[in-house]
Design a protein around this ligand. Structure first.
Ligand code: HEM
Length: 212
């Protein structure tokens, strides 16, 4: 039962924003500007889930929570899903898919350039997130997926440049810096190489391989 709940947890977290947005829509709580409301909310959820994805490795390294490593892929994919909805709201609902108008916005507004940059990075990461691609790309997979930090940085810059009040974006930026620093610090509970059994279990091996 516990293991089922642990496996379901990232999906509950990932689907919760959708449930909240649906409840807002059904309860007529989308404000007087529903497109802006939905664009802002989906952007916020995409960033929050991206930071949650990046928190998994430090949580594993620092507290030895093995299961969180398996949460990275679903959380990252949910973040990308909300980023797609976010872009869909902006391009489809706000700009009626008018490509010349959208291109003009991308060139003119620096916050759109940063958001677009973040999305362009997230796209190949989501596409190559499967075990098959991991095997095909070998060590390049790890290198490619480190770009997730650049995507998160660009998303924070996007948030900072578009907001009148910089505080929420600065909080998100601080969380990102803490997560980056936590990656660089030595793990608290690390198994010394000499103490490792030569035949590491699949989980342990997978864990170290996935420890990006
Ligand atoms: C594809 C490129 C993107 C475009 C064109 C875009 C566009 C926008 C627009 C128009 C807004 C609302 C501005 C407003 O009226 O207040 C917004 C807000 C936001 N976007 Fe994006 N965005 C993009 C990508 C992203 C990505 C990839 C993320 C995160 C991973 C993101 C996170 C946010 C956040 C956090 C907000 C602010 C939400 C709030 O005000 O609470 N955006 N974006």
């Amino acid at each position: 039962m516990k293991s089922v709940l642990l496996r379901l947890f990232p999906h509950l977290i990932g689907l919760l924003p959708l449930a909240l947005l649906s409840s807002d829509a059904l309860g007529n709580r989308l404000t007087v500007n529903p497109i802006q409301y939905l664009t802002q909310r989906t952007g916020w959820f995409a960033l929050a889930l991206l930071l949650a994805t990046l928190a998994c490795t430090p949580l594993n390294r620092w507290f030895g929570w093995k299961q969180v490593i398996r949460w990275r892929r679903p959380l990252g994919l949910y973040s990308f899903g909300y980023a797609c909805l976010h872009l869909g709201m902006f391009a489809g609902l706000d700009y009626g898919l008018d490509l010349s108008l959208i291109a003009q916005e991308v060139v003119e507004k620096r916050y759109i350039i940063a958001g677009f940059g973040a999305f362009l990075i997230l796209f190949p990461l989501a596409f190559t997130s499967t075990t098959g691609w991991q095997r095909r790309l070998k060590h390049w997979w790890k290198r490619l997926h480190r770009l997730v930090y650049l995507a998160a940085f660009l998303a924070v810059v996007h948030y900072l440049w578009l907001s009148k009040d910089p505080r929420p974006a600065l909080i998100a930026g601080s969380v990102l810096v803490v997560l980056l620093l936590a990656r660089r610090m030595p793990a608290r509970r690390r198994v010394q190489p000499s103490l490792r059994h030569p035949d590491m279990t699949t989980t342990q091996a997978g864990q170290s391989r996935h420890d990006t």
